[in-house]
Structure formats: structure tokens, C-alpha cells
Design a protein around this ligand. Structure first.
Ligand code: BDR
Ligand code: CA
Length: 312
């Protein structure tokens, strides 16, 4: 299986991403989870990640707490989407094992430097602070990673946090800048792609009907999270962003996109945190990123249902 580190700020959709990965052990080996401040502060994202691995019957997977704030800007959180706990809507088991004693940034560095070059992929599902700090501390990791697959950004859809910026990039644009200019093989899953991953009420009913504790708790958190979509956009379906990253690793043929040059706006009061995607190659700069734009929604949700059903 492909070795991945999941860097995350759970977050209901982060939890789905973790569960999808843990339900796919033939393809993916989760070597560790690093937590970052994002949807809620670090103490909560770290504990939430522990509770999710516990739910999945995998407390052997260690959660390493990383950065408690973005590189430059003050922390901006999203309790308005995810609830005060970050994972409202479910009741998850308390952690049975302690947090990792290494800092998340050092876990990334040590894991990548100890592994065969090109054998570890980092999936970032929140602000990219941990990975960027790891690249600042040990620049050699950029040349040793197999790939970085990130959920973040948006270009045709615009932003979901400001008119121009998506949440994960908005929270720590400087971190995104470090990663996008590092030369690491990069795949970006922006909201242009994830907004095609809407979760329908019918799918939610089928998930609950699986009847396992994981399925029941996942359905509860998804229902809570969907309410945000209801109130904000008046729809009864809402996208699960972060599991698209894992879905792409499992079944890349379900996704389509284009290699482009992407730059991050760091300074404009109107558009800071925007991913400036040169989709039409007007600048003639060499592509630094595969930008995904579409996915096969029914096949993606069929995969999620199948993989989540394997968990206890
Ligand atoms: C991203 O922001 C967070 O709220 C979600 O967990 C996801 O990672 C979507 O913009
Ligand atoms: Ca997230």
C-alpha cells in the first residue's frame, strides 16, 4: 500500500477522509496523522482526530499535534460550519492512547527523511501550516516526497470564506505559498472539484442503514454538517470536501483536471488567500500543480459507502 500522512483539522469532512483512508488498507497505509489548527483550535482538532481513529478501531494510529496558529496571520476558525467541538453531530469514543510526543512538524520531517525517497505522500486537509513549517525546517523533504495532495483553493467557483478565497488557503496563505513554490509534486483539489461531491439525503440514509457504529456516527456528523449547507445555500445537499483527496488517491480515474501554474495571493485586502490558477497558460510559467476540476459523483459516493462499511 501507498504510505500517507494525513494532515488535518477535523472537521466532519476531515473525519470522512480519515475513515475513507482507514477503510482502504489494501491501497493506503496511514503512517500517522498530524493535527493543525483550522476549523477549530489545535487542542480540539488533535483530540477529534484521536476520536475518529478510535471510532474506526484503529487507535494504533498516532496523532501528532502540530502548529497551533498560522505562520503569519492570526488564527481564523470555522465553528460556524462545524460546531463548537469541530465534530458536532456525533458521539465518538474517548481516546485510549496518548497523543504522539513528537511535534507534528517533526513527525513529517522524520518520517519523510527516514523513508525511501518518493515513498511518502502527504495529504493536507486543512491550512497547510505543518507541511510548510516542515519544508522551512528541512527543505530536503520537498525532493523526497512522492506527492502532496491538498484540499484547498478555488478558481471558477471563487471562494467559500471570502469571495476570492477558500477556507484552508485563506487561513494560512503564507503556508500555501511555501508549498506551492517548493517544487514538490502537487495535486490540488479545489472547491471547483469538491462542490461536485455533494452528499445527497438518499446517500445519507443508505450510510445510516449500514448500521455499524462507524456508519451511524458518520451519518450523524454528516447531518449536522449538511445543516450548514441548508441554512447558507438553501439546498439539501452539501459537499464533503476533504474525502475527495483520499478518493483521488484511491481512484484517480474518477477525477479530471489540468496541470497549471498556481500562485497564492498574500497581500491584496480583497483577494488574500486566493489561488491564482493559470488555467489557460496565459503567463507561460511552468505548471507547478495538477488542478482537479471535476469528479464522478455517483462513483465517488459508491466508493465511500463501500469503504466506510468495512469499518466496525
Ligand atoms: C475546507 O474547509 C474546512 O472547513 C473543511 O474541513 C475543508 O477542509 C473546505 O473549504
Ligand atoms: Ca479540513
Amino acid at each position: 500500500p501507498r504510505k500517507i500522512i494525513i494532515d488535518t483539522d477535523p472537521g466532519q469532512d476531515d473525519a470522512f477522509a480519515i475513515l475513507l483512508a482507514l477503510g482502504s488498507p489494501d491501497e493506503l497505509e496511514v503512517v500517522g496523522i498530524t493535527a493543525v489548527a483550522g476549523n477549530v483550535p489545535l487542542a480540539r482538532t488533535a483530540e477529534n482526530a484521536q476520536r475518529v481513529v478510535e471510532l474506526a478501531g484503529r487507535p494504533d494510529i498516532t496523532v501528532y499535534p502540530g502548529c497551533a496558529r498560522p505562520m503569519v496571520r492570526p488564527l481564523f476558525t470555522a465553528e460556524y460550519v462545524h460546531g463548537d467541538s469541530g465534530l458536532d453531530g456525533c458521539e465518538l469514543p474517548a481516546p485510549s492512547r496518548p497523543l504522539g510526543s513528537l511535534h507534528g512538524v517533526d513527525f513529517i520531517i522524520d518520517t519523510v527523511m527516514a523513508a525511501e525517497p518518493g515513498s511518502v505522500t502527504v495529504c493536507t486537509l486543512g491550512p497547510m501550516t505543518n507541511l510548510a513549517m516542515a519544508m522551512v525546517k528541512q527543505p530536503a523533504i520537498a525532493g523526497r516526497l512522492e506527492e502532496v495532495v491538498l484540499m484547498g483553493g478555488g478558481f471558477f467557483e471563487g471562494g467559500n470564506t471570502t469571495p476570492a478565497a477558500e477556507f484552508n488557503i485563506f487561513v494560512d496563505p503564507h503556508a500555501a505559498h511555501v508549498v506551492f513554490t517548493s517544487g514538490v509534486p502537487l495535486t490540488m483539489v479545489p472547491i471547483d472539484c469538491t462542490y461536485r461531491a455533494v452528499m445527497t439525503p438518499d446517500w445519507l440514509r443508505r450510510l445510516r442503514a449500514v448500521g455499524t457504529r462507524t456508519a451511524i456516527q458518520a451519518a450523524g456528523m454528516a447531518e449536522f454538517y449538511q445543516r450548514y449547507g441548508n441554512t447558507k445555500f438553501g439546498t439539501d445537499d452539501y459537499p464533503l470536501h476533504d474525502p475527495c483527496v483520499i478518493g483521488y488517491l484511491l481512484r484517480p480515474e474518477l477525477f479530471s483536471g489540468r496541470r497549471c501554474h498556481v500562485a497564492i495571493d498574500l497581500v491584496s485586502p480583497l483577494t488574500a488567500g486566493m489561488t491564482v490558477v493559470d488555467w489557460w497558460n496565459v503567463t507561460k510559467q511552468a505548471p507547478n500543480c495538477l488542478v482537479l476540476r471535476d469528479l464522478d459523483n455517483p462513483a465517488f459516493y459508491a466508493l465511500m459507502l463501500e469503504r466506510l462499511s468495512r469499518l466496525p
